[in-house]
Ligand binder design. Structure first.
Ligand SMILES: NC(=O)c1ccc[n+]([C@@H]2O[C@H](COP(=O)([O-])OP(=O)(O)OC[C@H]3O[C@@H](n4cnc5c(N)ncnc54)[C@H](O)[C@@H]3O)[C@@H](O)[C@H]2O)c1
Length: 314
């Protein structure tokens, strides 16, 4: 069967496509990417077909319609949370998604898509799927707009399973291309490897729900296998501070370098995110396997062995 991953050259998309290739050898896999933020290196081990184009182009959507897809995993997006160009953000994230959903409906293909915890802004945790939807930037708003398009589509097309995955703070292999959008686990690890002090906003006690990319991949597969529709959180259900993250990285690298705390320059900053996982368990039958005590050491070792970290701008 023919299966598409959009954004397959990116961080989550490449981890997903490589796992699908490993686990379902009889599937015919396609990646669609415009390589605007992803990296070809993430696709070196992918043996299926790569379609180069943008989800915003009618001719690219036309190509997808002709494929006869049986499942779509939609990860492609403008992921720059600091981009203030509202029209560009909405066109790439929301308008293109409407077209992807139409491709799914015509082909009878389930659509699993990436939403984000950014839809919640500074809502008090734990973040529940239908509460406190107060995005603070246009990126978060574009993901909320996608979720609303999806909910309407689910009501009007109950025969097509659609699942929105609101990822929290994802970390893990294959995110080196993301620059300042990469996880703090990568940025802090590289700072320490370079012999610098890890840099945190004062006083490092802000908390995030850090989720390992392998768990996100599993959530995508479970969403497809469930045959159900809905919007769910993808996190660990447990908020952890940046100080805790630094502590685990330092233990893994066997160093006791001091943290360099500095003033947070942002007017808006999420101080605390934590996923409520009620719908996630119900709809996906998925629970996260990896807490940071296991995920960070595993990832730090991967960085040391696989990443040209001297060249990264942290
Ligand atoms: N990484 C996280 O912590 C996180 C958190 C919440 C949500 N998300 C969402 O998960 C998805 C994947 O994010 P990621 O972290 O892997 O980012 P990424 O930048 O590594 O991957 C996005 C991919 O989409 C491609 N792309 C961008 N615009 C495109 C377009 N118009 N047409 C075709 N391809 C296009 C990029 O080239 C890139 O390969 C995104 O939808 C993002 O919003 C990620």
């Amino acid at each position: 069967m023919k299966v598409l991953v959009t954004g397959g050259a990116g961080f989550i998309g490449s981890n997903l496509i490589l796992e699908l290739q490993r686990r379902f050898p009889d599937w015919e896999l396609f990646v669609l990417d415009d390589f605007s933020s992803g990296n070809f290196k993430n696709l070196i081990d992918f043996e299926g077909e790569v379609i180069t184009g943008s989800i915003t182009e009618p001719e690219t959507i036309e190509k997808l319609r002709k494929l006869g897809l049986k499942a779509i995993f939609h990860q492609a997006a403008n992921v720059n949370t600091t981009d203030t160009n509202q029209r560009r953000m909405m066109e790439v994230n929301c308008e293109a998604f409407k077209e992807i959903l139409k491709v799914g409906r015509e082909a009878g293909a389930p659509v699993i898509y990436a939403s984000s915890a950014a839809v919640y802004g500074n809502t008090s945790p734990p973040m529940k799927v239908d509460q406190g939807l107060k995005p603070e930037n246009v990126y978060g708003y574009s993901k909320l707009a996608m979720d609303r398009v999806a909910l309407k589509f689910m009501r009007e097309n109950p025969q097509i399973p659609v699942v929105g995955l609101r990822y929290f703070n994802v970390y893990g292999p294959r995110e080196e291309h993301k620059g300042k959008m990469a996880s703090m686990v990568l940025q802090l690890t590289v700072q320490i490897l370079k012999g610098k002090r890890p840099r945190l906003f004062k006083w490092g006690e802000q908390k995030r729900d850090f989720v390992y990319v392998e768990d996100c991949v599993e959530a995508n597969i479970k969403a497809f296998e469930s045959g159900k529709s809905g919007i769910v959180n993808v996190g660990t259900g447990k908020a952890r501070s940046f100080n805790e993250v630094v502590k685990i990285i330092k233990e893994t690298l066997e160093t006791d370098v001091e943290t360099d705390y500095f003033d947070n320059p942002y007017d808006f900053y999420q101080n605390y995110t934590e996923a409520d996982l009620i719908e996630t368990k119900e709809i996906l039958n998925w629970v996260p396997k990896t807490q940071i005590e296991e995920g960070i050491p595993k990832y730090v070792k991967w960085i040391k062995e696989n990443v040209n970290w001297e060249k990264l701008p942290y």
